[in-house]
Design a protein around this ligand. Structure first.
Ligand code: ADP
Ligand code: MG
Length: 396
């Protein structure tokens, strides 16, 4: 789905209010009835609400749904994008949106700029995009979750990413700096590096290999297993080595992608750990014809090191920071059900990195001032509950 920011400057304060009302109404209603939209927006009685509704529908931020029992509207991905962008705009995390630099199977990555012109990355989680195609076998699951699931799951993915990124950055792991999170989006620093997959040669494969395995082991000391540690998610930077100026060396950076990061106490921890290690080994053999003489590292070694050298248990800290165990479970079971299991699984579809264009930024900031509604809206950034059949008696 393309992020089209053209309409954002033309929305009136009332349009925004109505858009927020549709979002709020979606918590309990798969299709939000028009009278409820009017009621939540507080713009009762008058043509204002209807005008806003039709404005929003025209630019596909909400979609009209004719239902057996009643007509109403549902928020589209575009509408959710705008709500998130508006929050980032107001907190000055984003001033303008530039080019798309990546398409993952479950996310879109854009370069954005802050008010002061600093380039950043906006990652928009889009769970449900491939899911609905591959999910036929699990139709019951979708029916239970209904249409709210893509929104809720994408939001959980963003929350998880932000929580882990913050914990990792605070402990000096080489990840992007988390800047802000709203709904299904995360704003982070731009890493000036390329995915390992795009790199055909490195000056010192043995050194880079050791560095990557050391990162896996260091994560384990902090109670974490990446779970998706592969050539797509490892960014490599070429640097002039300080000691030998004539030479260059490559250093690794983990990117922001840890949808499968799990606690070292997770029942499948050993499996994920071994897979991460095997992934690095396999890639280095194939790409750089490098095979280490040393076996391992093994999960049994990793588990012995948990907490060593004063490493804090980040799995525990993240849980306390707002991404609860329950949320982790929900996200995990969703990903399992729709068959998402690492970037490797659909690796060959991920090719848009090469198609970089000239960066052109569309300003989304109209310079408008904050209102009371804004504050109310800003309060809605935490994950909403997925609608369930039980709390939505209006849905047939
Ligand atoms: P997905 O979950 O879709 O796999 P990723 O977070 O792995 O998304 O991002 C996809 C690609 O976008 C990465 O391989 C990388 O090239 C680029 N990317 C993501 N985050 C950043 C960042 N902070 N800085 C620079 N490039 C990034
Ligand atoms: Mg990735």
């Amino acid at each position: 789905m393309k992020l089209d920011t053209r309409a954002i400057r033309y929305l009136t304060a009332e349009d925004w209010r109505v858009l927020v009302a549709v979002e709020m109404g979606s918590r309990n209603h798969e299709v939000v009835p028009t009278p409820l939209i009017a009621q939540i927006s507080g713009l009762r009685g008058g043509s204002g609400v209807h005008k806003s509704i039709s404005n929003l529908a025209k630019v596909n931020l909400i979609g009209k749904v004719k239902n057996a029992k009643y007509d109403g509207y549902r928020l589209t991905y575009g509408g959710l994008d705008y709500l998130a962008l508006n929050t980032h705009r107001k907190s000055s995390a984003i001033y303008s949106v530039g080019n798309q630099i990546g398409v993952g199977k479950e996310s879109d990555i854009y370069v954005v700029a802050s008010n002061s012109g600093v380039q950043r990355v906006l990652k928009i989680h889009r769970l449900g995009r491939i899911s609905f195609r591959s999910v036929k076998a699990n139709r019951d699951y979708l029916r239970n979750r209904s249409s709210g699931s893509w929104m809720y799951m994408s939001r959980l993915a963003a929350l998880k990413e932000y929580a882990f990124m913050k914990a990792l950055k605070d402990n000096d792991f080489p990840v992007p700096e988390p800047v802000a999170q709203s709904r299904h989006t995360v704003v982070m620093s731009l890493i000036d590096a390329f995915p390992l997959r795009q790199i055909s040669e490195v000056p010192d494969p043995a050194g880079l290999y050791a560095e990557l395995l050391a990162m896996i082991m260091r994560l384990a000391r902090y109670g974490l297993i990446h779970g998706d540690f592969n050539e797509f998610n490892i960014l490599v930077k070429e640097e002039a080595a300080t000691e030998a100026p004539a030479d260059t060396s490559a250093t690794s950076q983990a990117d922001a992608d840890f949808p499968q990061m799990v606690s070292i106490d997770h029942p499948n921890a050993a499996y994920y750990f071994d897979r991460d290690v095997a992934c690095v080994k396999r890639f280095f053999e194939r790409r750089f014809h490098f095979t280490s003489d040393e076996p391992g590292p093994f999960f049994s070694d990793a588990i012995k090191d948990v907490g060593k050298d004063g490493a804090r248990r980040l799995d525990v800290e993240v849980e306390a920071s707002g991404f609860s165990r329950k949320m982790a479970k929900e996200l995990e079971s969703y990903m399992k059900e729709v068959g998402i299991d690492g970037d490797g699984a659909v690796a060959d579809g991920e090719g848009s990195d090469d198609e970089e264009e000239q960066v052109s930024h569309d300003a989304i900031n109209d310079g408008s001032d904050r209102t009371e509604d804004d504050a109310r809206e800003d309060g809605t950034i935490d994950a909403q509950k997925p609608p369930s059949a039980a709390d939505d008696d209006l849905v047939s």
